[in-house]
Design a protein around this ligand. Structure first.
Ligand code: ADP
Ligand code: GN1
Ligand code: MG
Length: 350
């Protein structure tokens, strides 16, 4: 068993698939002493330099640990028995282990606005805590990750190649996405001209990337640090909104159920803004971040569907198209609710 290569307390007795991530393979390991661990195989198709990625994570978790009092608030990497941060197996696959954060739960959707506000507070604190982290020490684990014009280029390439012969099944979605191409550069231009600061950001701020305390329901720990690299705080805000402020799951097939909950949007804005320390310029662009991240994610799902599902893990035929549709539906709903969204964010600036 791979888990036995790590310096665990006790001997591993079980190892089962765990969680709902789309990228890595995650397992829960239990040992005979009752200890629990998270064992992950890093997706090498997505992360081309896993060694550098692990150096990023070791540096970021080490830095965060200095500013917390509860050890459960930061991921803790468990080294291999040889003292290495990861294990490479005979097939070249890279494995790592974290302590399981005890007494934690993960939410796939907020049960109350309070849950979502708490996740906003956790990502806000994460943002603030990393203000003085040296961004130049991080490698970009996925270059151009939230470069929306680049994502459009990938979509156009996927349409042109039509590898899986699926363009004919997604014409409406393609048209919807292409009609919005002109706004793709908005945030990147504001970053280039210095209006929006480049920060060390998380870049994958889904609700299920925060652990909550099972008893107090307080957000405990931000996880899934593979994409921590320089980026825009408004994109982190936006990515949380696209996933957690939707009234339905990311892969809901009944689009009538999919809309933006303004109540959840507001709850997240309150939690995030009271902790993150954003500039006025960033606050002014939060709604753009929400729309851009939703559109970008829709485009990524769509491109992957057209390319034959080579990036995001799928569980059924058409899964990526279903996901793309929910994101595009959300974009349309944000456009309808734009003034209300802006009023909410404005209200938080007072
Ligand atoms: P992916 O990149 O595939 O999304 P994550 O790192 O987010 O992988 O882990 C997948 C799931 O595993 C999380 O949503 C969470 O449920 C669980 N998980 C990950 N790390 C821990 C941890 N240290 N303690 C408890 N649960 C964890
Ligand atoms: C992936 O790894 P996971 O499931 O937390 C993806 C995100 C997407 C998300 C959509 C490295 O996140 O960018 O927004 O799926 N992560 C990577 O659910 O591509
Ligand atoms: Mg995750």
């Amino acid at each position: 068993m791979i888990a036995a290569c790590f310096a665990l307390k006790g001997t591993p007795v079980s190892c089962e698939l765990y969680g709902n991530g789309h990228i890595n393979t995650t397992c829960l390991v239990r040992t005979d002493t009752g200890n629990k661990y998270i064992l992950q195989k890093i997706n090498r198709h997505v992360f081309h330099d896993p060694e550098a990625l692990m150096r990023n994570i070791a540096a970021v978790t080490g830095f965060l640990r200095r500013s917390v009092t509860d050890s459960r608030s930061v991921l803790n990497l468990v080294p291999t028995r040889n003292g290495e941060p990861f294990h490479r197996d005979e097939d070249g696959e890279i494995w790592r282990v974290y302590d399981y954060v005890s007494g934690s739960i993960v939410l796939e959707r907020a049960e109350t606005p309070y849950d979502f506000r708490e996740s906003g507070a956790a990502f806000g604190r994460f943002q603030r805590q990393l203000t003085d982290f040296d961004a130049t020490s991080l490698i970009e684990t996925i270059p151009k990750f939230h470069d929306t014009p680049h994502r459009y280029a990938q979509l156009k390439e996927a349409i042109k190649k039509d590898t899986a012969g699926r363009v004919k099944d997604a014409e409406r979605e393609i048209a919807f996405a292409m009609e919005r191409e002109s706004c793709a550069q908005t945030l990147m231009c504001l970053q280039t001209d210095g209006t929006l600061p480049l920060r060390v950001t998380h870049n994958d701020t889904k609700l299920n990337n925060v652990l909550f305390d099972r008893d107090t329901r307080k957000a405990l720990c931000v996880i899934d640090l593979d994409t921590v690299m320089p980026g825009l705080a408004v994109n982190d805000f936006g990515d949380s909104i696209r996933f957690g402020a939707s009234t339905a799951a990311e892969d809901e097939t009944d689009l009538d159920k999919v809309s933006l909950s303004l109540e959840l949007f507001e709850a997240y804005a309150v939690g995030y803004l009271s902790n993150s320390g954003l500039t006025d310029a960033e606050r002014a662009c939060l709604c753009d971040g929400a729309k851009m991240m939703t559109l970008e994610c829709g485009i990524r799902f769509l491109a992957d569907y057209l390319s034959g599902d080579v990036y995001f893990r799928t569980a059924r035929p058409g899964h990526n198209l279903d996901r793309a549709r929910t994101q595009l539906k959300l974009v349309a709903d944000m456009e309808r609710k734009w003034d209300e969204m802006r009023n909410i964010v404005e209200g938080e600036r007072q």
